[in-house]
Design a protein around this ligand. Structure first.
Ligand SMILES: Cc1ncc(COP(=O)(O)O)c(C=O)c1O
Length: 370
């Protein structure tokens, strides 16, 4: 290796994540590292848990950042709340629903897939119908990053509660960027990721679990297979009443950064933040339509924080994205799976959902399209 210091380029991150990291959050990463059992760190952990509760709109005491990216949150959810033989209804309308179904099958669940075309939400009636024959849990992806679709949750909690089953969601791309109030929606457990609308570098998975989920955890027939993600053990550190027990060494500086990001969410206000994302999304839809790009999601099914658009016929989308990145330092993402080569996925996440980001994107795009 060379002896020059690490020097990544400055990019404007308007893809599917990571998202732009504000200066305050970057500065927090560079604060002095202290010990994970230091009482001063415990005070920061408390603030992070409080900020996450506000952002999830929950009163769940078991609210914490799992160490690891969003996928670690998915692993923690499935490892703790799903047992071999459980009947789990899983919504699949994109890549992340597929991943969830895969995780559930690996955990030995009897997976009942309820599918919709990529680019559409799943009709809640079909999920409710699938619950009629009995279930232990239902899992849906609230913000499907592969398609830019938001999944409605109406009626799902009631359908689950009729069978004493858990409702669980992936809100990696929606948390703080698209309206979501977990307790109002009756969600029992959820996970997210820090590198989307919270604008923290990847590495933590905000996670929350309510009393019904914790009761299921206590009543498990089998031990939680994962030691690292065993919530009972992890919570003895995060929620240790009368003393925190060491489980694993928390990623201290990432936790500082998350605290800083949650402070920014708090200062802006959650509802104002949702409204800002919706506004940025609507404006960009109009801008892009004028340039021949059409949104994939129909009106009413769009995810505010991720705009997925069909690229105009005849545009070499991969070459255009490459020019945006290399000539203009702007990252947008291409399509995944069946949408590869057909769509762009533009992240409007936190600091990326602002007018200055929109202005830079449009002038670069116009230069590339010309
Ligand atoms: C909806 C959704 N779920 C899960 C994940 C996995 O998160 P990570 O890549 O941080 O592990 C992502 C990442 O993009 C996502 O968008």
């Amino acid at each position: 290796m060379s002896s020059a210091p690490t020097a990544p380029p400055q990019r404007l991150l308007l893809g599917s994540g990571p998202s732009p990291v504000p200066r305050e959050v970057l500065d927090a990463l560079a604060l002095p590292t202290i010990g994970h059992m230091d009482p001063a760190f415990a005070a920061i952990m408390e603030e992070v848990a409080t900020g996450l509760r506000a952002t999830f709109a929950t009163v769940n005491r078991a609210t914490l950042p799992i160490s690891g990216t969003g996928s670690a949150g998915m692993d923690a959810l499935v490892s703790n709340f799903v047992e071999p033989g459980d009947r789990v209804v899983c919504g699949v309308h994109g890549l992340f629903g597929e991943r969830m179904a895969d995780q559930l099958a690996r955990a030995g669940a009897d997976v009942v897939r309820v599918e919709a075309d990529w680019g559409r939400a799943i009709e809640v009636e079909r999920l409710i119908e699938a619950a009629r024959d009995g279930l232990d849990a239902m899992v849906v992806v609230h913000g499907e990053t592969s398609t830019g679709v938001a999944q409605p949750l109406d009626g799902l909690a009631d359908a689950c509660r009729e069978h004493d089953a858990l409702l669980m969601i992936d809100c990696v791309t929606s948390l703080s960027g698209h309206p979501l109030a977990l307790d109002d929606a009756g969600v029992d457990a959820a996970f997210s990721g820090t590198q989307k609308c919270l604008n923290v570098p990847p590495g933590l998975a905000p996670f929350t679990a309510g009393e019904r989920a914790l009761a299921k955890l206590r009543a498990r027939r089998s031990v939680v297979r994962s030691w690292y993600f065993d919530l009972g053990l992890v919570l003895s550190y995060w929620n240790g009443d009368g003393g925190r027990a060491y489980h694993h060494t928390a990623p201290i500086n990432l936790v500082y950064a998350l605290r800083e990001a949650l402070r920014l969410v708090h200062d802006e206000g959650l509802e104002a933040r949702w409204a800002r994302h919706a506004q940025a999304h609507d404006t960009l839809v109009g801008d892009l339509r004028e340039r021949g790009f059409e949104r994939l999601a129909p009106e009413g099914e769009q995810l505010a924080s991720l705009l997925c658009v069909r690229v105009p016929d005849g545009l070499d989308e991969a070459a255009a994205r490459k020019r945006l990145l290399l000539e203009h330092d702007i990252e947008v993402s291409g399509g995944l799976g069946p949408l590869a080569g057909q769509v762009w996925r533009i992240g409007l996440m936190g600091a990326g959902a602002r007018g200055d980001a929109r202005g830079r994107l449009l002038s670069a795009l116009d230069a590339v399209l010309a």
